[in-house]
Structures are given as structure tokens and as C-alpha cells.
Design a protein. Structure first.
Length: 580
């Protein structure tokens, strides 16, 4: 079953007893390794259900289970298996521990997560109460992340960890969200009064149960002989402690890439990987450093960038893929509009070659001008991750209402939307929207991008009605589920976080600017995570990678990201890139 693996993959698959850390770079076949090891172990132990495979999403757990069954049937003559390993997400596993506790104690909790859960409704209501506006999806995710961070920090303090430098480098909710303390306090009070638990509570409650209830802890510890953890760089401190607690014999097989740890806002701590090898000095290490996905130029440039980070495991990343001319480049544009139509031209070129393409960005608001340009040029696209609706932007609604007002009040000549928009800008529209942004607790960059979007919108419409129709089309297209249409280029517009684990023939990363990558609030260790975020974006590309930035957005000039400078500095005279 190991005949189609390279030596590094084969060594990891054949690991048997004791702790192990598999450092798996982008495109290195880590899912194949963890699945094949599961098949090997399941075929060699009496009870396959004593193997626990932990991952982070239901989709990932389902995919691993399906791949396991397919491979098991191929590798075993009987082709069938009575019982399979346990495939679970971190949260579903922790929820199982809480259910065990409920059965024993008779106490009951109400889960407020899932598709029909009231968690977002509760949070939205509290946020609106204190800030006077409805939070978008991005703000809700930020709130949840800050709640999680504060819980993890409290747990660390209880355990005696007082690393003040680490605390200072983490953005806190109190610094980043207006009236955060009141919001967090009321949310905690409501949960306590009603017996609600959310995803974060599941992990912390499960850890508390394991620490305080010896009966349940011993039962869980005695259920598994082997534990595999995929994407372990995404573990929070509490999640890591749960994994440690349920391992009776140290047979923990961790697959991770510290260079792809990008979920600090959800509480992920790559430091857990370093603690693991320190706590278990006998840990076997395997390095999957061959990239089967990308061209040499993309692998070298992305490796040079991430190697600037200080807190990481050293790796020699390489590929045997063939060189492609102009595989990697950086592009500068006058403004957001020029950048958006550049994406359109690249999409048309990809369509002619029958290749997939993604436009990636740090913040969902960056997609607004690109969506408009794609729609105006008839380019099919699909949106992934946080993709805010045009009508939800305060500046858009304000501008469109001004267009309607001016049209109604015109006596002889009805001014066009573009003319009205220019008058609004001269009258201080941008400053007014920034002030509104501050009151609503949103990032000011929202105004800069929205102003460019409105400039593009008004240039391509001739009346209030046509502007409304175009806005409606953009939002309907944004809300449509599924892949782009069969006709034309298959273009995906996605946040970088939502694109993790995916790959495309061509990737354009837009708005590679200071204040975006890295974000304005990044400091200390947080800058290293921002660098990893761009690294993840770059390594989604198979053949072509373009890092793009506008010189100006809205009324403001922009500065190149420091990360672009780091990549340029790593380039040798012969055109290759050297790691720092």
C-alpha cells in the first residue's frame, strides 16, 4: 500500500508506536499520508474503532472517512470492514464528552451552534444594543474569536503562564471592538442564565470535565489506542489540552504545518506544536517538504517569504514541477477599478486556456469592485467566505439615495450618477462616511474600497433605476450558491481564510498593502501570522501567481506591503529566490 509514496511519505505512514509530528508543507500529500496510515493501523489492530482521527470541520471528517473506506476496500481482499476508526471534529468529540457528563449527572445544556442556532441572533442583538448598528458576518467572527482568546488567556493564567509579551502581541476585543466588554459581559450572562453553550464552551467544558471527573476521563482515555490529529496547527490551547488528556499511551500522531497557522483570531496557537515536541522529547519527526502542486518560482517565492518568520520549524521546501514562464509576478495599478478590470482580463485569458482561477483577498470588502467588474463584463464567478452585500454598505445606500434625491429635484437637466457622485466627493462624502464608520465600529478601509466601488458603479449607470438594478444583480450573484457556470471562465472570489486547503491554476492576490497584509492592528507575533496568511494565499497557485496592489484606494494613497519588499529582497540576480 506504500508503493506510490515518496520516501518521506512512506516513513510517516509506517510510523507505529509513540508520539510523532509530521510537518506537511503545501501540496505535499498530507491527507494521503494520514489516510493511508489509518488504513494500515485499522488492518492491523483487532478493533479499528480504537483509532481516533480528529480534524477541524465536518466536511474534512466526512472526506477522510470516505477516502479511508475507498482505500481500505482497495487494500484489503475482503473489501469490507465491520467497524471503522472514529472520525470526528474537535468540537463534535468534545460535545460527546459533555453528553457523557449529562447522562451521568442529569444536567442539561442547550447548544446554540449549527445552521439553525440562535448564537448569531443573540450576538447581533447585543451588538446592536450597545453600538446602534447591525454587525456583519466579519464582525460576528471577530467577536467570537476575541471571546475565545480571552478564555484561552484566562486558562493560561490559571495554569501559571504569565507571558506578558505574548499577551501584548495579541489584539484584544477591548482594543478592536467598540464597547466589547459590555457585549462580552451580556453574552456570558445570557448563556449562564439560559444554560446555553457555544462551540468554544464545548471545548472548555469538555476539558473541565476531563480534569474534574475521573470516571469520565478514564473511560475516554481507555477508548483509544491511537490518536491522529490533522491540521494540528489550528489547535487552540484548550483543544491541545483535551488531546493530551485523552491519550493514555502517548500514541499521538500529529500532522501540521506551522507555516499555515492562520486562525489566531479563532484562538489557534502554533506554539502548541513546539510544546508537544518539548513535552515528548522522544517524538519522531517526519518532514513532507516536496510540493506536488506548484511551479519552482511559486514554491521559492512563498518559501522565501515565510522563512522571514522567527518562530517556525525549519524546512527545505522544493518541487520537481517544470518551470513555466511568468509563473510569478507582482503588479501595480492606479486604483481599485484598474485592479478589478485587470482581474477580468486575467479571467478571460484563463478561460481561453481552460484553467481555473481565484481572486483572493484579506477582507471581503475588497471583492466589491471585482464583483462589479466581473458582472459588467459577463464573467461567471462564485463567492466564498465573507463576501459582504453591496446594499449592506452605509456609503452605498447613502450615495444611491442622493442620486434619487438629485434626480427628483432636477428641473431642466437631470444629472447622471457619475456627475452626482463627483459632487458628493467634493462636498466631503468620504469624510462623512468615515465618521459613520467609526461610530459603527467598522474599519475605515471599508470606506476607501466602497468609494472606488461607487465610482465604478456610477460610471457604468445612467440613472437611479439602472444603479439599483446593477446593485441588485451584484447582490443576487453574490448570494448564489455553487460553482460558476459552465460557460466562460471558472472564477472563484474568496477570502484567503476560506481558500485554505484549495488550489487553482491561477491565483491573483489583491490589495497586498500595509493595513491589509499585514493588518493595521498586527504587532509582535501577530505580524508572523499575517505573513503566514499571505504564504497560504501564494501556495494555492499551481501555475500562475500574481500579487497585486493599487497605488490609491478611495481618497487615500496606499503603501506596498512590507511582505512584497521581503520577497523582492530575497530575489537573486539569477531570478531565483533564497530563503532568509
Amino acid at each position: 500500500m506504500t508503493y506510490d509514496l515518496d520516501p518521506a511519505q512512506k516513513a510517516a505512514v509506517l510510523h507505529n508506536e509513540g508520539p510523532a509530528l509530521v510537518l506537511a508543507g503545501p501540496g505535499s500529500g498530507k491527507t494521503t499520508v494520514i489516510t493511508k496510515r489509518a488504513v494500515r493501523l485499522a488492518g492491523g489492530i483487532v478493533k479499528p474503532e480504537r483509532l481516533l482521527c480528529v480534524t477541524f470541520t465536518n466536511a474534512a471528517a466526512d472526506e477522510m472517512r470516505e477516502r479511508f473506506l475507498k482505500l481500505y476496500r482497495e487494500e484489503n481482499s475482503s473489501g469490507e470492514i465491520d467497524k471503522t476508526p472514529v472520525f470526528a471534529t474537535v468540537h463534535s468529540f468534545c460535545n460527546g464528552i459533555i453528553k457523557e457528563y449529562e447522562e451521568i449527572t442529569g444536567k442539561r445544556y442547550t447548544r446554540i451552534e449549527g445552521e439553525d442556532s440562535p448564537r448569531n441572533v443573540i450576538l447581533s442583538s447585543i451588538y446592536r444594543k450597545y453600538n446602534g448598528s447591525v454587525p456583519d458576518d466579519a464582525m460576528l467572527e471577530r467577536l467570537k474569536g476575541y471571546f475565545r482568546k480571552e478564555k484561552d488567556m484566562l486558562k493560561a493564567e490559571e495554569a501559571g503562564d504569565n507571558d506578558n509579551d505574548a499577551k501584548a502581541s495579541r489584539p484584544s476585543g477591548a482594543n478592536q471592538v467598540r464597547r466589547f466588554k459590555e457585549i462580552a459581559g451580556e453574552y456570558s450572562r445570557i448563556k449562564a442564565e439560559k444554560g446555553y453553550i457555544d462551540f468554544d464552551d464545548m471545548v472548555f467544558y469538555a476539558l473541565t470535565i476531563l480534569n474534574e471527573n475521573a470516571q469520565i476521563c478514564e473511560k475516554i482515555r481507555g477508548s483509544f489506542d491511537y490518536i491522529q490529529v490533522d491540521e494540528a496547527q489550528d489547535l487552540s490551547r484548550a483543544q491541545y489540552e483535551v488531546i493530551r488528556k485523552i491519550s493514555a499511551n502517548g500514541n499521538i500522531f500529529i500532522v501540521a504545518d506551522d507555516d499555515q497557522s492562520i486562525y489566531g483570531f479563532r484562538g489557534a496557537e502554533p506554539q502548541c506544536l513546539f510544546d508537544f515536541v518539548e513535552e515528548f522529547p522522544e517524538t519522531a519527526r517526519y518532514a513532507l517538504t516536496r510540493n506536488f502542486r506548484s511551479t519552482p518560482e511559486i514554491v521559492e517565492a512563498s518559501a522565501a517569504l515565510v522563512s522571514v518568520n522567527k518562530k517556525r520549524f525549519d524546512k527545505h521546501l522544493y518541487t520537481t514541477k517544470e518551470h513555466i514562464d511568468a509563473s510569478f509576478c507582482m503588479k501595480t495599478h492606479r486604483d481599485d477599478t484598474e485592479q478589478a478590470f485587470f482581474c477580468v482580463r486575467e479571467a478571460e485569458e484563463s478561460a481561453m486556456r481552460g484553467e481555473s482561477m481565484a481572486v483572493l483577498y484579506r477582507n471581503g470588502i475588497s471583492s466589491l469592485p471585482v464583483r462589479a467588474a466581473m458582472l459588467l463584463k459577463g464573467i461567471p464567478f462564485a463567492c466564498e467566505g465573507n463576501c459582504p452585500l453591496a446594499w449592506d454598505q452605509t456609503a452605498v445606500r447613502e450615495c444611491v439615495m442622493k442620486i434619487l434625491e438629485r434626480e427628483r429635484n432636477a428641473r431642466l437637466v437631470v444629472p447622471g450618477p457619475s456627475s452626482i457622485f463627483r459632487d458628493l466627493i467634493r462636498a466631503g462624502f468620504s469624510d462623512k462616511m468615515e465618521e459613520q464608520c467609526r461610530l459603527e465600529g467598522h474599519d475605515l478601509k471599508t470606506v476607501s474600497v466602497t468609494v472606488d466601488f461607487l465610482r465604478l458603479l456610477t460610471k457604468n449607470t445612467d440613472s437611479y433605476r439602472s444603479a439599483v438594478r446593477l446593485l441588485d444583480r451584484i447582490d443576487r450573484k453574490t448570494c448564489m450558491a455553487g460553482s460558476p457556470g459552465a460557460q466562460g471562465p471558472a472564477v472563484t472570489l474568496s477570502t484567503i481564510h476560506s481558500a485554505k486547503g484549495l488550489e487553482y491554476d491561477k491565483v491573483i492576490v489583491i490589495d497586498v498593502l500595509e493595513g491589509e497584509l499585514p493588518g493595521n492592528e498586527a504587532a509582535g507575533d501577530a505580524v508572523e501570522e499575517e505573513r503566514r496568511l499571505l504564504y497560504v494565499a501564494m501556495t494555492r497557485a499551481r501555475k500562475y501567481l500574481i500579487l497585486s496592489r493599487p497605488l490609491k484606494r478611495g481618497m487615500r494613497g496606499e503603501e506596498d506591503s512590507r511582505f512584497l519588499k521581503e520577497i523582492r529582497m530575497a530575489k537573486s540576480p539569477d531570478g531565483s529566490y533564497k530563503a532568509a
